[in-house]
Design a protein. Structure first.
Length: 376
């Protein structure tokens, strides 16, 4: 999380990246990649032995933005696209194979005639063929459900071989988990090194738009209200799903047309904590309700790609948490913003929906789904 967040800040702080460079081949292309990988046990609770390497294949389609929209020019013309990703995990009889699809965005760090350096992020969902099963796969305490979220992060270079053909070399991190919706859910983290061939379809000449972008926003300040719900299990495998409700109040400040910084507070009610205390006979009914509620404060950064915002936040609880819940949490996710609604007297309302993954260090707690409104 911190590594990803630092990369995003680096990419958008340096406005000199990719300046003065024009591509003269196709706007769309395809890429095939192979990744040599290995699962990394990230907690002492990780039971399965990892003795074999993981092999992955990916087929991707991409579109090169050319600056027709302001956010594209400000971000130095990223590539956006989609990919099908298949991972045959090492120790395949335990971990199985993941087959997934994800949306991707590639941000340029350096561009030149022959070599381009980039950071790419991908997010989507994957079907994993092997999960925990008390009868024939009890050692697999890392994946508890067939459907899981997938995150793919990589740094790399594209080396031009021919006018519309490039060799791609990369390395990075992949993650699959269900966000605590079904136990067990430690998740699979893997480090990888990759090689790929990138082909531009057609070679019609074009250039980037250099018109610049809005420097000062008319409404740089926002007040945001957001509600969300998540579902999680207790530690008992195969148990019922418990809802987690949260309400967030925040102030946001646009630092540019592609970025805004949040500061706010979240009040959360976790039904699973309440019922767990009741099951073990801990505390009075009032104590259980008090434990189920928690208040936290957070700061976050949101990178805006058109109407889509990539959200990265870090928060701390206002009280000491029970049951070995870490005091610090992180959220990573995405929001989709709808068109502005004029509310009179110079006020504008912008509704949005989104999804976040909440984690405590390297362990996912849940996926939350929600929406809200930004008041400008």
């Amino acid at each position: 999380m911190k590594f990803f967040y630092s990369l995003i800040l680096l990419l958008f702080a340096n406005t000199a990246l990719a300046d003065g460079y024009d591509i003269t081949w196709g706007k769309v292309g395809v890429e095939g990649s192979y990744y040599f990988s290995r699962i990394v046990p990230h907690t002492p609770k990780f039971k399965p032995a990892v003795t074999e390497f993981t092999h992955c294949a990916e087929a991707a389609f991409f579109v090169q933005t050319t600056g027709k929209r302001e956010w594209s020019r400000k971000m130095k013309f990223p590539e956006v696209g989609a990919a099908i990703h298949v991972s045959r995990f090492g120790n395949n009889d335990v971990f199985g194979t993941a087959i997934g699809a994800m949306a991707t965005a590639k941000f340029w760090m350096v561009r030149s005639e022959r070599v381009d350096a980039f950071f790419r992020v991908g997010a989507g969902a994957a079907y994993i063929t092997k999960q925990y099963n008390p009868n024939d796969n009890a050692v697999n305490n890392v994946i508890g459900s067939p459907i899981n979220a997938m995150i793919h992060l990589k740094l790399g270079i594209d080396v031009r071989i021919l006018k519309n053909l490039s060799l791609s070399l990369s390395g990075g991190l992949s993650h699959q988990s269900n966000g605590g919706m079904q136990q067990p859910n430690l998740g699979i983290n893997a480090l990888f090194a990759g090689v790929g061939i990138k082909y531009w379809i057609g070679n019609k000449p074009y250039t980037y738009s250099r018109e610049g972008w809005t420097k000062k926003l008319k409404r740089p300040n926002e007040f945001i209200f957001r509600s969300a719900v998540a579902f999680t299990e207790l530690s008992a495998i195969g148990g019922p799903k418990y809802p987690v409700y949260s309400n967030t109040l925040a102030y946001a400040r646009y630092t540019s047309i592609i970025n805004k910084v949040w500061i706010g507070t979240t009040l959360e009610y976790n039904q699973a904590l309440h019922d767990f205390m009741a099951i073990i006979g801990d505390g009075t009914p009032k104590d259980r309700v008090k434990t189920a509620f928690n208040l936290s404060f957070f700061v976050a950064d949101e990178v805006l790609i058109g109407r889509v915002g990539a959200f990265f936040g870090i928060g701390a609880y206002a009280q000491k948490m029970r049951f070995n819940i870490a005091p610090i949490y992180a959220k990573i996710g995405a929001n989709y913003y709808f068109v502005d609604i004029k509310a009179g007297k110079g006020t504008t309302l912008q509704p949005f929906v989104g999804v976040n993954l909440k984690t405590h260090y390297f362990t996912a707690q849940y996926f939350e789904f929600g929406g809200g409104i930004a008041i400008k």
